[in-house]
Design a protein around this ligand. Sequence first.
Ligand code: PLP
Ligand code: COI
Length: 341
Amino acid sequence: MKKTLQNLDWSNLGFTYMDTDYRFISYWKDGQWDTGSLDSGNTVTINQGSTALHYGQQVFEGMKAYRTKEGDIQLFRPEENAKRMAKSCQRLMMPDYPVDQFVEAVKAVVKANESWVPPYESGSTLYIRPYMIGVGENIGVKPAAEYIFSIFVMPVGPYFKGGLTPTNFIVSDYDRAAPHGTGAAKVGGNYASSLMPGHLAHQRQFSDCIYLDPATHTKIEEVGSANFFAITHDDVFVTPYSPSILPSITKYSLLYLAEHHLGMKVSEGDVYLDQLGMFKEAGACGTAAVISPIGGIQNGEDFHVFYSETEVGPVTYELYRTLTAIQFGDLEAPEGWIVKI
Ligand code: PLP
Ligand code: COI
């Protein structure tokens, strides 16, 4: 059934695709972007030789629009997504989309779909998916001559089923990215390589995989769709640093909030798999995941439980409360974090 605003149950949305009214679309040809426009399409027709289809020349972003108590709509750090997409583009030899134009386009598409932004306190948000693909006639392994940049949106609920209820994760035998590969870029290939390990994890009732550092397989890197953090017994917020993980905007926001709002010590460094006993709490964080507490981690025959398999830990809860209060406009944000629609 095609969803309409009338038959949407805002408080029970999953993380599932839904058509909304408008998308933004822009074309790069002869070395420049056109002005771009909003239309009501939901398909793209591209040449069969497009590099996006054969050689994975495509990048994407994930962000959200939030409805405040007053009924306004706001974005969380959209320039950071624009800058990260520009870096992903550089890595795949794609033309970047200027940061200010990216933010304006996001604002325009959210405004045009304003009635699809879920109500305050419904537990849902408007997910925004910008992407760029290499298109046009091509067969050799080389950057495309033409590109499409588009942004579409849809209302979503929690990414991991439990929301703030902890779920369990499993250490994967596979890598999502190579040591000097594209792990830090938000490119489809990283997600393609995570599909099979993700499927194996789901088959065993785990929420997702934990990927280890691809060079030594001794340190936690990240989750397939979110970054990893943990809290030591003496309240240090720890998160892995690695050139092969996606630099999560949520994670860097949490690092700041843990230090400046919660008065915690923070550290970005190695998280050794054989030292999980150092931590009293752990979680996955990202735009889609928000903060998803990690109940336990399965590693081979070992199962390590952090705070609890059923209850969110107090520090994780406090981080969640602070982050979401800022995103929904209930707490003053650090300068520049909030962009009003
Ligand atoms: N890591 C991966 C692999 C992701 O797909 C995401 C989602 O965007 C994240 C981390 C979290 O990044 P962010 O907080 O910028 O959404
Ligand atoms: C996001 O959090 O925006 C992501 O991109 C994660 C996942 C849906 C791929």
